[in-house]
Design a binder for this molecule. Structure first.
Ligand code: SAM
Length: 216
């Protein structure tokens, strides 16, 4: 094998060395578990990586598909200036309410807007022409990713970044024979990112993998 396998021990080292999860975010995870939300938010080492990217591109406006309890929204909003904006879309109204409360607790409600609805509908009907965005984070239903990419791309500024989570599809991304619709969705998304003439993309094996493309 080329490169270094990322073991649990190495992940723990990364989180210790580059911490991005404070008490508020740890508390959010605990409250989300009590509220019955699934523990499928980004990992703390992904959080640190995303904040580094956002600060590196001087991000001011972000769009996210897939809010859950607001963990990634808070992480990203913390890397925005006070007059920045983050719009996050969640299909489940109870999750959206939970996220709004957490965002309020984090003191970020003036820059984060949670929109309820299906990602494609909201992007198509309510956010068409609402760009330019500096960063887009796709982290919702996997079969929808390619459509989200199509809808988000025209909203991005040149030099902006589009990132999709779960690019390693829980370790199954290289399974060419899979019939799992979620894995197939991620394979289609990685393929769309890799072959998009307006993107320079690569796959970073952090967390469950992030496929990230810069808009050319
Ligand atoms: C992996 S979770 C998002 C995690 C979140 N980005 C974080 O890291 O904190 C995916 C979320 O997408 C939502 N979702 C699924 N399908 C959706 C759709 N079609 N439109 C909008 N949201 C959707 C789910 O309800 C779920 O809360």
């Amino acid at each position: 094998m080329k490169g270094t396998p990322v073991t649990e021990e190495i992940v723990e080292y990364m989180i210790r060395m580059f911490p991005a999860e404070d008490e508020l975010l740890a508390g959010l995870r605990e409250q989300a578990a009590i509220a019955g939300l699934p523990p499928i938010q980004i990992s703390p080492e992904q959080a640190a990586f995303m904040q580094t990217l956002l600060l590196g591109i001087d991000a001011r406006r972000i769009v996210e598909v897939g809010t859950l309890g607001g963990y990634s929204a808070i992480v990203m909003a913390r890397a925005l200036p006070a007059d920045g904006e983050l719009i996050t879309i969640e299909r489940d109204p109870l999750r959206a309410d939970f996220a709004r409360e957490q965002i309020r607790r984090a003191g970020l409600d003036s820059i984060v807007r949670v929109m309820v609805g299906s990602g494609a509908d909201v992007l198509e009907r309510e956010l068409a022409g609402s760009g330019p965005f500096d960063f887009a984070f796709i982290d919702a239903d996997k079969p929808g990713y390619v459509r989200y990419l199509e809808l988000i791309y025209p909203l991005m500024r040149r030099g902006g970044l589009i990132a999709g989570d779960n690019a390693l599809a829980w370790g199954k991304i290289a399974d060419a024979d899979t019939e799992d619709p979620d894995v197939r969705g991620m394979q289609a998304f990685n393929n769309a990112m890799a072959s998009h003439p307006g993107l320079q993309a690569s796959l970073i094996p952090i967390g469950d993998g992030m496929c990230i493309g810069v808009v050319l």
